[in-house]
Design a protein. Structure first.
Length: 307
């Protein structure tokens, strides 16, 4: 089951309900829209698909003894039936096959999903991530949130492109890991190479290198990385070398499905070490001795702080 199916089903349900003239739960609908920015996009896609189907419906023929306009209640009932049928088809096939051929793969925190593309390439999508792909062009992807590992079939004539906000990564090789965080983008390469913004910085990231970009300033830095550590989150391991604790908390939340936050006094604290995800998911306090941290529970949140 793909990560966006529950959202799709909710969008379809809301589209059916809001299309009913008797619908009056606008407060509930508004709360659902505001709960996640992706909800509005999902709902708009469903409504757009139904609208296109409705536009294709021919007007109901007017009987000779019928003084009611062709666009009266009979027409509206016909459209209502067509719209319901369209929604049922969308629900049955479970695909975002709307205008442009784009579709979204969205994972819940703690979930990892493998996507196989038509050209033979594969993308492992980390938990708490959102990736937009195109059925009409398997050589493009857009990482809207989170992290993904790309294993690409290299084609000189059709380079694989990944957009991350306003930035573009162009494949010059095979395997690379991309992470999108607030105000930052990182890419680590274990095979081949990647170019950041060919029309801009034109920064070349080779095997065994990691590039970190400040998306606001456009400044970046290159560093060395152990190739075996690239994408190791797929196997349930996270390794850090002088990493900011706030980034560790984000990674742990994405990998475990739990919520980790950093005490304000430790936001800039840096740590190094390698940890297995599953034991921390079972008992978050085991993180403490591994990275020299204090781990406390506050309701549904696990707060981490430097000792």
């Amino acid at each position: 089951m793909t990560g966006n199916e529950p959202m799709r089903d909710q969008a379809i349900a809301w589209a059916v309900r809001t299309g009913d003239p008797a619908f009056d739960d606008w407060d509930g609908f508004t709360r659902w829209l505001e709960a996640d920015p992706a909800h509005s996009n999902a709902y708009d896609k469903v409504v757009a698909a139904v609208g296109e189907a409705v536009e294709a419906v021919p007007p109901t023929p007017k009987a000779e003894n019928d003084d009611m306009p062709a666009e009266g209640p009979t027409r509206r009932r016909w459209i209502g039936g067509a719209a319901a049928l369209t929604l049922a088809v969308v629900a049955a096939f479970g695909a975002w096959q709307f205008r442009g051929g784009s579709y979204t793969v969205e994972t819940a925190p703690g979930e990892v999903q493998l996507v196989k593309l038509d050209d033979g390439s594969q993308i492992a999508v980390a938990g708490g991530s959102r990736l937009v792909l195109d059925r009409n062009d398997p050589r493009v992807a857009s990482l809207e949130q989170g992290q993904a590992l790309f294993t690409v079939i290299h084609d000189v004539s059709a380079p694989f492109r990944v957009t991350v906000g306003d930035d573009t990564l162009v494949d010059v090789g095979t395997i690379f890991d991309v992470k999108r965080a607030k105000g930052a983008l990182s890419v680590a390469v274990s095979e081949g190479a990647v170019v950041l913004n060919p029309e801009g910085q034109n920064a070349h990231v080779a095997r065994g290198q990691m590039l970190t970009l400040d998306t606001a300033s456009g400044r970046y830095r290159l560093g060395e990385i152990v190739t075996e550590e690239v994408g190791e989150w797929r196997e349930g391991r996270l390794t850090y070398h002088d990493a900011v604790l706030a980034d560790v908390a984000t990674d742990l939340s994405r990998a475990t499905g739990l919520t980790f936050e950093v005490a304000p006094s430790s936001a800039a604290h840096r740590v190094s070490g390698s940890i297995l995800v599953e034991p921390i998911r079972t008992d978050p306090q085991t993180l403490g001795p591994l990275l020299g941290l204090a781990v406390r529970r506050d309701g549904k949140v696990w707060e981490i702080e430097a000792n």
